[in-house]
Write a protein that binds this ligand. Structure first.
Ligand SMILES: Nc1ncnc2c1ncn2[C@@H]1O[C@H](COP(=O)(O)OP(=O)(O)OP(=O)(O)O)[C@@H](O)[C@H]1O
Ligand SMILES: [Mg+2]
Length: 220
């Protein structure tokens, strides 16, 4: 479903990704692990077309995403990709529910069906009673769960999550991991997650280890 081919990316004279190949199947939960500075976030950003590589390709269902125009790219990101960032990036002036519905609004209009889906997600995530609060009035774990709902609202082909449990305590981290497993098992959601959390990595279908911008074959 997603194919990464010979991806290279440098920042100035610093080579960050040095020829990355990767293939992710539909319905797969893949964990990317590796030391700080290995290039994990850079790879995830390129897979989600938040940035462009120096060379190489990312194919979604055989279509090269970097050949899309900027407006096509924006639409692609909005509908096909659900991002979960380490920092939740909820907008402070909107309620949690409004934050979650924002990508749906950008994709078109907020239908009754979307509202229903949002409320199903809140139920699943155990945050229904908190949806009318603004982010400042929510705990870190609640904020993170709403940001997961926001990533899912447009039913994206893939969820790209960058250390989603990095700021959570053990209990909330475990709940988030269970949620990812349910999304994969019950909804066939494709998920690529960067994590330092070895429990989450162990639960994934596949672990890939990135070191100095290349796959570490010795780890697998
Ligand atoms: N916009 C940028 N400009 C310059 N250098 C950058 C930029 N983004 C990342 N880098 C550098 O690229 C390297 C890889 O960064 P990246 O964020 O991909 O690492 P990472 O594997 O996600 O690390 P961490 O586990 O600490 O999040 C680092 O040395 C980082 O300093
Ligand atoms: Mg990172």
């Amino acid at each position: 479903m997603i194919e990464v081919k010979a991806l290279h990316k440098s920042y100035g004279s610093l080579p960050v990704l040095r020829g990355i190949d990767l293939s992710i199947d539909r319905g797969e939960l893949a964990a990317i692990v590796g030391p700080s500075g290995a290039g994990k976030s850079t790879l995830l950003q390129l897979m989600g077309a938040l940035d462009r590589p120096d060379s190489g390709e990312v194919l979604f269902d055989k279509r090269s995403i970097f050949s899309l125009s900027n407006s096509e790219l924006a639409a692609f990101r909005n509908t096909q990709i659900g991002f979960v960032f380490q920092q939740h990036h909820l907008l402070p002036e909107f309620t949690a529910e409004e934050n979650v519905l924002l990508p749906a609004m950008i994709a078109g209009k907020i239908t009754a069906e979307k509202r229903k889906y949002a409320s199903d997600l809140f139920e699943l995530l155990g945050v229904s009673s908190r949806k009318d609060h603004k982010p400042a009035a929510l705990s870190g774990g609640e904020q993170q769960r709403f940001s997961v709902a926001r990533a899912l609202i447009n039913k994206p082909s893939v969820v790209l999550a960058d250390e989603p449990s990095g700021n959570l305590d053990t209990h909330n981290a475990r709940e988030l991991h269970e949620l990812f497993l349910r999304l994969r098992s019950e909804f066939g959601q494709t998920i690529v997650v960067v994590t330092h959390n070895m429990t989450l990595a162990a639960l994934a279908d596949r672990r890939i280890s990135l070191v100095d911008g290349k796959w570490d074959d010795s780890a697998s």
